[in-house]
Design a protein around this ligand. Structure first.
Ligand code: GLP
Length: 237
């Protein structure tokens, strides 16, 4: 628990840098990093870019798998998760484009196999929806799910309208998303959450029963799961 988002973001970025730098990559075994979008990781990415510019980390031996992407808008759309990732991280660091993976209608059936071919995900960074969803694993998603297409709940569409000039009709109604199991299969999961709006999800993640109603609760079973939250997000604990 840290005071505010600035501090949680810094903690997470420093942690990721440490994990990448402590890892001994080889040609067959790069550092495989799972990544989210959303407002939660924005400052983490800004810090990672800053650390890269200061020479404290390189992404040359990092392979990334993003957790989700909207269906129905082109990758070039400013609000696609593809655009988000290039804008906030990829275009600023030395990751080779061939090492970047973002789920799509074309690759989603093979996505979990692609991850497996790299030896699995070393660290999956996640945000959480206010209804406790991870990636786009909306309430009711199977806790053993893999990458697939999901219809977004009304709440998620409304929550994400802020990125589409507040226009609910402009928000895509479905997405390709990694499954709960895809996230839980990572060797380590780091979840970042801030603000009062996430307090109920944080409470469920820590104190709730494991249930597909709050998919984040599946991570309680994970042997290496770190939640990094600000004060406001702990208000229901
Ligand atoms: C979306 C994303 C999730 C993200 C959640 C919370 O639904 N698919 O991966 O965790 O929003 O977003 P934010 O970080 O903007 O609160």
């Amino acid at each position: 628990i840290r005071d505010d988002k600035r501090q949680t973001s810094l903690w997470v970025a420093e942690y990721i840098v440490r994990r990448i730098n402590d890892f001994r990559p080889s040609k067959d075994r790069p550092f495989v990093l799972g990544l989210p979008t959303g407002s939660s990781p924005e400052q983490v990415y800004a810090n990672l870019v800053d650390f890269y510019k200061k020479g404290k980390v390189s992404f040359k031996h990092v392979v990334t798998f993003n957790m989700d992407e909207y269906v129905g808008i082109p990758t070039s759309h400013p609000q696609s998760y593809h655009s988000f990732m290039f804008k906030h991280l990829f275009q600023h660091v030395d990751i080779p484009p061939s090492q970047i993976h973002i789920p799509s209608l074309e690759n989603y059936k093979d996505y979990d196999n692609m991850i497996a071919k790299y030896g699995g995900i070393e660290l999956f960074l996640c945000g959480v929806g206010s209804d406790g969803h991870i990636a786009f694993n909306e309430p009711g998603s199977s806790l053993s799910s893999k990458t697939r297409i999901k219809t977004l709940t009304k709440e998620t569409v409304i929550a994400n309208a802020r990125f589409f000039d507040g226009d609910v009709n402009a928000v895509p109604k479905s997405a390709v998303t990694v499954g709960v199991k895809t996230v839980a299969d990572a060797r380590e999961v780091v979840l970042i959450a801030d603000g009062r709006g996430k307090a109920e999800a944080v409470k469920q993640a820590v104190e709730g029963s494991i249930s597909h109603t709050w998919t984040v609760t599946a991570l309680q079973m994970h042997p290496r799961f770190i939640m990094v939250v600000d004060d406001a997000a702990t208000e229901e604990l």
